[in-house]
Design a protein. Structure first.
Length: 99
């Protein structure tokens, strides 16, 4: 019995690359959800202050001011990461193959 080392390396690199890809997509989606609202410009051209510093650990996080594009981009990243995981499960489980 011999081991096909090239096939082993291909499987290893594919699994490593897919794991990195899924984690990167998910973390990018979380980063998009953390984008704050844009600062408000006053009539004199200066920007509104962001308010008091937020040192509390129990801050309420709301998405009222988050730009819509950031929410859409986050949902796309989450959806793509779920899709990649489902394709991986489909490829691993032979009972799901129609052929």
């Amino acid at each position: 019995m011999t081991i096909d080392w090239m096939a082993f390396v291909i499987v290893f690199l594919t699994a490593l690359g897919s794991a990195v890809f899924v984690v990167a997509l998910y973390s990018l989606g979380i980063r998009f959800l953390a984008i704050p609202a844009p600062s408000v410009r006053r009539d004199d051209g200066t920007f509104e202050p962001d308010g008091p510093s937020r040192d509390d650990e129990d801050d309420d996080v709301d998405d009222i001011g988050r730009p819509r594009w950031a929410t859409v981009a986050a949902n796309i990243c989450f959806g793509l990461s779920v899709l990649v995981v489902l394709v991986g499960i489909f490829l691993i489980v032979p009972a799901l193959h129609p052929w």
